[in-house]
Ligand binder design. Sequence first.
Ligand code: ADP
Ligand code: TRP
Length: 323
Amino acid sequence: MARILTGIQSSGRPHLGNIMGAILPTVELSLAPSHEAFIFIADLHSLTSSRDAAQRLESVRAVAASWLAFGIDTNRSVFYRQSQIPEVCELTWYLSCFAPYPMLANAHSFKDKSDNLALVNAGLFTYPILMAADILLYDAELVPVGKDQKQHLEITKDIGAAINLHYKQPLFVLPEPRISEKTPLVPGTDGRKMSKSYQNTVDIFLPKNQLKKQVMSIVTDSTPLEEPKNPETCHVFNLFELVASTADTQTLREKYLGGNFGYGHAKTALLDVLVDKYAEQNQLFNSYMNDTAALDAALKKGEEKARTIARTKLARVREIMGF
Ligand code: ADP
Ligand code: TRP
């Protein structure tokens, strides 16, 4: 039985990148009989970038509703909020004393923001250690994430291995990332990685008229309508290919190459496939968002199991480190 674990920060509504890069691959793995899944909402991590309490609680609901809409089974998977298992904070301290400064200074999560150091809080700097604690606390073996998290997994392994080596025993399981081959980095409406921080997201939980606005804002080049177009370099086509069937993708490719087919037509095709494909999840998401009691109950279910495992592991860490 392999233990898989992943988390998503409560920093807004999950977008198509989160869904294709993390939620869908995790749900698929979690339903395999040979896997046991730990799925949590990284609300402590979200404090590194957002201090608004009401916004955080709303985001926790949105992330929880997304997981449920995409079909995690809360009877089988351990589903919880990171902050409800505060043992993770204590473990973060122990791990931080084994994390060399240069390793943290080299982390993208810090480096990307380090051009204005006055805006970097210590939580942002030590972000990867809290993530390592999330993983090592539960002996996770496989961590399904998008490609952008690969470095954080390397940091996790380095810290875990350093402690195992120091105390000469296999205290921590060293996890492997599981990066979806098809969707390592879903492009956003401007062609960069789709990310909440770039405001280039596609939100499939919106009503069609609002989703349309996002799809229509996808950046394209100025090739005239009559001319053939290169599908491979077009962000609209790249997104279409990720969500549509092979046959529909081939038909669209031929239209691009044939000319007399504008980007507006391609965007309409993308909008239609998004609405069609995620109609059920859109409806489920919105009904969960209106049912706080159901969301709370779903999140409560996993807490006890998570807490029991966390306490046992932490007791072992304390003993080995001499506390
Ligand atoms: P964001 O960059 O929007 O803040 P998060 O950091 O909360 O997203 O990411 C949550 C999960 O979704 C992580 O596993 C991350 O790797 C994955 N993910 C985020 N953006 C993308 C993307 N554009 N393509 C693929 N996976 C992504
Ligand atoms: N850092 C991850 C992100 O921004 C979220 C996260 C926190 C996570 N703890 C984790 C992902 C543990 C996997 C495992 O996407």
